[in-house]
Design a protein around this ligand. Structure first.
Ligand SMILES: [Fe+2]
Length: 473
């Protein structure tokens, strides 16, 4: 089996009419390196030292079927800052599934909603011929225990080297890869990582506790009412909190031609509060809603406070009118009475919320989230398209915004500048549908509405992606 790690230079040779595979969602083919990025406006801060890295789905071969944002090969796009200069590099996340298709020269695995048996002749002796799903680590990226990791959903995390090269599955110091999701939480006091993996076919969710040294401490299970999709979860100082929306995996429905994912509002949303010290789970009930992403959660007396994006109903794709867009809210769970209170931060569409990651599980004051305004006139109508960044002050309720006009933005990553929560920059990629070009933009988190600190022209289009991180130093 060829395991060549030559840089891939071929462009993408196929096209799709799927809105999540056209325009800025269309994948790119080439892996490139570019030094000395051109400054469009502003100035690169001299003291900015580190790398902004963002992952996202970038299918290399024409997929059998495609459901955004559930599949696609991962591609990392990185901007390295040092000494007032910036460079760019992008690389595929070369998981085993990627290498199998790279060797074959075409899609080998079916879509996540249309799994099909894989030709055993294309597999190696270590591969599981009964697994029809391609693990492709296209969702997130984070650093833990000194190791950069590319992350997917319920699959091994993949170790990424300093040149964005894929090294292999992360074992967290054990003798086998550990399965985990794209959203994992670091404890603010211990620095330990908590990671979650659910199962399409089983109601058992496995949580991993990994020390700050990157070594697995223990794994434990929580049993749900049904196999459910859990994309993200909440960590507080003393608890893990799962919000289980009624989005369940139904293999029987899939076998009879239906969707593998079924929305069952009669199940409601269940909230599991698991003490980190190993005590028993307490369950709470709420009306049905779904959460892809939490900004943060923390404890305030007997309350658990959660800032998150609420989807009133699961909404995937673009065909169905989205009558109630996802909105940024605060949920307060009184663990004494079980009462749930809700408060809206912003009444228009929002997703991909982030905070200063150092304040995860603490009372972080500021939440940053993209939204969509009517100044965007381009784009192709696909969901998860934004053109404005918000900063929400959860102490005052004040919202400030940077409207990029007819340019498409993504998730903003907070880059700290000193110890204070106020001081920092916000990093994201922008796409101009008129010129079909991308840029990188850095905003001052204390003045998001101000002129950007710097805008950098990028040497190639950076497709719309998912989650990013800042690696200092
Ligand atoms: Fe996500």
């Amino acid at each position: 089996m060829c395991m060549s790690r030559e840089r891939i230079t071929e462009t993408i040779a196929w096209q799709s009419a799927d809105p999540h595979l056209t325009g800025n969602f269309a994948p790119i083919g080439s892996e490139i390196d570019a030094e000395g990025l051109e400054v469009i406006s502003g100035r690169i801060p001299e003291d900015l030292l580190g790398t902004y890295i963002r992952n996202g789905p970038n299918p290399r071969y024409e997929p059998v079927s495609y459901n955004y944002p559930l599949e696609g090969d991962g591609m990392l796009h990185a901007i390295r800052f040092e000494g007032g200069k910036a460079s760019y590099r992008n690389r595929y996340v070369r998981t085993r599934g990627f290498e199998i298709e790279h060797q074959a020269g075409h899609a080998v695995f079916g879509g996540v909603m249309t799994p099909r048996p894989v030709d055993p002749a294309l597999l190696g002796p270590e591969d599981d011929p009964d697994n029809p799903f391609k693990a492709s680590a296209f969702i997130g990226v984070m650093q833990h225990g000194g190791q950069l990791l590319a992350l997917g959903e319920c699959e091994p995390a993949w170790e990424i080297g300093p040149d964005l090269e894929t090294r292999g599955p992360w074992t967290a110091g054990t003798d086998a890869p550990i399965l985990m999701g794209a959203h994992n939480r670091v404890h603010p006091v211990t620095g330990d990582l908590y990671a979650l993996s659910y199962d399409f076919a089983s109601p058992t969710v496995t949580l991993h506790h990994v020390g700050r040294d990157g070594k697995l401490r223990r794994s434990f299970d929580i049993t749900l009412a049904a196999p459910s999709m859990i994309h993200d979860f909440v960590l507080t100082e003393r608890h893990l909190v799962l919000l289980i929306g009624p989005l369940v995996f139904d293999m029987e429905a899939m076998m009879s031609g239906g969707s593998m994912l079924q929305w069952k509002p009669e199940m409601g949303t269940r909230i599991a509060v698991q003490p980190l010290d190993g005590g028993a789970v307490t369950w709470y009930e709420a009306e049905p809603f779904f959460v892809f992403h939490f900004a943060n959660g923390f404890e305030r007396g007997s309350d658990i406070v959660i800032d998150y994006v609420r989807h009133q109903k699961l909404y995937l794709g673009y065909g169905e009118p989205n009558t109630q867009p996802p909105t940024l809210q605060r949920l307060v769970l009184d663990t004494g009475t079980g009462r749930v209170r809700e408060q809206a931060w912003f009444d228009k569409v929002a997703e991909f919320p982030r905070i200063d990651d150092r304040r995860n599980a603490l009372a972080a004051r500021y939440v940053y989230s993209p939204t969509l305004t009517d100044t965007l006139t381009g784009g192709n109508g696909a969901s998860a398209t934004f053109n404005c960044l918000l900063r929400i002050d959860t102490e005052t309720g004040d919202v400030s915004a940077h409207d990029f006009g007819n340019r498409i933005a993504g998730e903003a990553v907070f880059i700290p500048r000193g110890e204070a929560e106020t001081a920092g920059w916000l990093a994201t990629y922008l796409y101009d549908p008129e010129t079909q070009t991308s840029e990188f933009v850095l905003l001052d988190a204390e003045g998001v509405g101000d002129e950007p600190i710097v805008r950098l022209r990028l040497p190639q289009r950076v497709p719309q992606g998912l989650h990013g991180t800042w690696v200092p130093g």
